[in-house]
Design a protein around this ligand. Structure first.
Ligand SMILES: Nc1ncnc2c1ncn2[C@@H]1O[C@H](COP(=O)(O)OP(=O)(O)OP(=O)(O)O)[C@@H](O)[C@H]1O
Length: 251
């Protein structure tokens, strides 16, 4: 599904190197958690997967189902099935959430050579998925993310993900800002999307998310490199002991 090989990346504007040789293989159906100290490059990796422009790849490659992801435009990546749930979802004033979702789904369907969903079919789908995620009709009528609380923004991100049914879901700190009930609702929404054909990369600081979304593999990213890989028990160990045992190794 996803193969990242020796990925080095720097910030285009000032040339500072953030990723310093990432190797990561995610097979279909797997959930990989990425943990690591602040500033270690976790969000940078997710932005690079989604195709954000601020970064320059200086070495290495990313293959998505055998295709060179780095040569694809962000919309081509989305059409191919890559979805990033942002750490800080952006506000889009003037575009109702419902309209945004319809446009996003139909753009993907068009890219895949499928017909646009009829309005009744879209409404049926959006109502069912919104109910699962406790997203109200009132939220769907409002401009995307404008005036949404932190938790509402995260639920709206996962609603987009549930509707678009991506092949690779990248969740960047989806748990931040969620209250206890919202964490459970969002995790249930994510777990419903688990399938043998779909992979996920879950970036988080906290073991508690991984109690709900149980990963197959946990990685520690430090100073732009993966310095430790283990099973779900690694997250428990990190929660107990912090990163001190691993962060020195990336220096
Ligand atoms: N566009 C940018 N311009 C300037 N600096 C950037 C940019 N993107 C990332 N950085 C810097 O790169 C480093 C890695 O940032 P990144 O957001 O990837 O870390 P992170 O591991 O996700 O951190 P956190 O856990 O705090 O969210 C940080 O020092 C950050 O300030």
């Amino acid at each position: 599904m996803l193969e990242i090989k020796n990925l080095h990346a720097r910030i285009a504007e000032d040339g500072s190197e953030i990723l310093r040789g990432i190797d990561l293989t995610v097979k279909p159906g797997e959930i990989h958690a990425i943990m690591g100290p602040n500033g270690s490059g976790k969000s940078t990796l997710s932005y690079i997967l989604a195709g954000k422009e601020d970064y320059e790849i200086t070495e290495g490659e990313i293959l998505f189902n055998g295709e060179n992801l780095l040569e694809m435009e962000p919309d081509e990546r989305a059409a191919a099935g890559v979805f990033l749930a942002f750490q800080y979802p952006i506000e889009i004033p003037g575009v109702a959430t419902m309209e945004f979702l319809k446009t996003a789904i139909n753009a993907q369907r068009k890219a895949r050579g499928e017909d646009a969903l009829s309005i009744p079919d879209f409404m049926k789908l959006v109502k069912a998925k919104s109910a699962d995620l406790n997203v109200t009709m009132d939220m769907l009528k409002r401009p995307l993310n404008v005036g949404f609380s932190g938790g509402e923004k995260k639920r709206a991100e996962i609603l987009q993900m549930a509707l678009l049914e991506p092949k690779l879901c990248v969740l960047d700190e989806t748990d931040s800002g969620l209250d206890i009930d919202a964490l459970r609702i969002v995790s249930e929404g994510v777990n419903k999307l688990r399938s043998p054909e779909r992979s996920m990369i879950v970036i988080t600081h906290y073991q508690r998310l991984l109690d709900h979304i149980v990963p197959d593999v946990v990685h520690v990213l430090s100073k732009g490199k993966i310095v430790k890989t283990g099973g779900k028990e690694l997250a428990l160990e990190l929660e107990k002991n912090g990163y001190a045992d691993y962060v020195g190794e990336a220096a």
